[in-house]
Design a protein around this ligand. Structure first.
Ligand code: GLV
Ligand code: MG
Length: 362
């Protein structure tokens, strides 16, 4: 098989389309807040949310009723045309590639608001062929509409085949911006036996060993600690590796139990610790959780700055509070410090908190 030359990936796929980007910008995207543009009450709140959330996403796919698909598409066009988004990114989630709506989604949105859309989220991606289809079509539409900045593509990881093909999906186009976990569709597609949207499950657990009685017999009916395990650990870790390999960004997805802000925070934090840069928000109260969780803590930044200061040229080893730090732990600290700097540029409250950290001599 003859493969496309790496050089060709950076040529536009249609005459007159903007040149693909060589790097995906690391724009803060802690919360991707979903709204239904066909819901007028919700849509009216969007201008007021600018600056309070990193990404606003007009959702056209699941959770929008079939009867409202056209209203959602047109609502998004109207909102985008009438709103200055300032520092906030505008994304959309189009309908699935096998649906009756997606062609009109793309052929309507790109000419009407293609200059305002930062990222198009594509659901139910199965393999590189899905990204290739969207890639070429976007180039044609961009060329026709005279769009000068390439629209980026984000895939939802929510089919078993998509997970199996995650690396080729990430590398399928220079437009690829990132991936989100889609736990609800993924559970169904894999035939997992859950009925939830994201989060843990009380049945997925490990149990402490039974204690033994004086004769050495295991008391299996004794009270034993159980620990719920994370159903999504494998997929998130796999997604993070694939994204890091290709220089794009991984995200958690939806957490459906809006009332359980505690478990939501745990799930988001697990994703942050494993390498994700953000998550979806399905309700305004999840924005606050995401902004908190996906920003490095003041304690972590205080420690990271001490390590950076103590490590001088970045080689060798030092002891700080009884712990060994070296070139590799310095690199971890720099990930946090650089993220904090990026976030401080757009979040004045966070900037004030980081600025207030006292420099402690190591
Ligand atoms: C999101 O789209 C999901 O299916 O979880
Ligand atoms: Mg889904």
């Amino acid at each position: 098989m003859s493969h496309k030359s790496p050089k060709d990936f950076f040529r536009p796929l249609a005459v007159g389309a903007p040149a693909p980007l060589r790097e995906i910008p690391a724009r803060p995207s802690r919360a991707i807040h979903f709204f239904d543009p066909s819901n007028e009450k919700m849509a009216a709140k969007i201008p007021g949310m600018i600056g309070t959330v990193d990404v606003l996403l007009g959702n056209l796919e699941d959770a929008v009723k079939a009867d409202n698909k056209v209203a959602a598409r047109e609502g998004l066009v109207k909102i985008a045309q009438n709103t200055d988004f300032g520092p906030t990114q505008l994304w959309t989630r189009i309908n699935a590639l096998d649906s009756p709506w997606v062609l009109d989604d793309l052929t309507t949105l790109v000419p009407a608001i293609g200059d305002k859309l930062d990222v198009i989220m594509v659901p139910k991606v199965q393999g590189a062929e899905d990204i290739h289809y969207v890639d070429r079509l976007l180039a044609q539409l961009e060329a026709k509409a005279g769009i000068t900045k390439p629209i980026l593509v984000h895939a939802i990881l929510e089919t078993a085949r998509g997970v199996a093909n995650v690396e080729e999906i990430c590398g399928a186009s220079p437009r690829m911006q990132g991936l989100s976990l889609g736990p609800a569709d993924l559970a169904a597609d894999r035939k997992m036996k859950t009925t939830r949207v994201g989060g843990g499950h009380p049945g997925y657990l490990v149990r402490q060993d039974p204690p033994k009685d004086e004769l050495g017999v295991s008391r299996i009916d004794a009270q034993r600690a159980i620990f719920q395990q994370d159903l999504w650990h494998y997929t998130i870790a796999k997604m993070v590796d694939a994204c890091a390999t290709h220089g794009i960004y991984p995200y958690y997805g939806p957490f459906g139990d809006i009332a359980d802000v505690v478990a939501c925070e745990d799930q988001f934090r697990n994703a942050f610790l494993l390498g994700c840069v953000g998550t979806w928000s399905l309700h305004p109260k999840q924005i606050a959780i995401a902004n908190r969780v996906f920003s490095p803590s003041v304690e972590d930044i205080a420690h990271a700055r001490r390590v950076v200061a103590a490590m001088g040229d970045g080689t060798g080893a030092v002891m700080i509070d009884g712990k060994m730090e070296d070139d590799a732990s310095l690199k971890q600290c720099l990930v946090l410090v650089e993220l904090a700097e990026k976030l401080a540029e757009i979040d004045p409250d966070l900037k004030a908190q980081y600025d207030a950290i006292e420099t402690v001599e190591a």
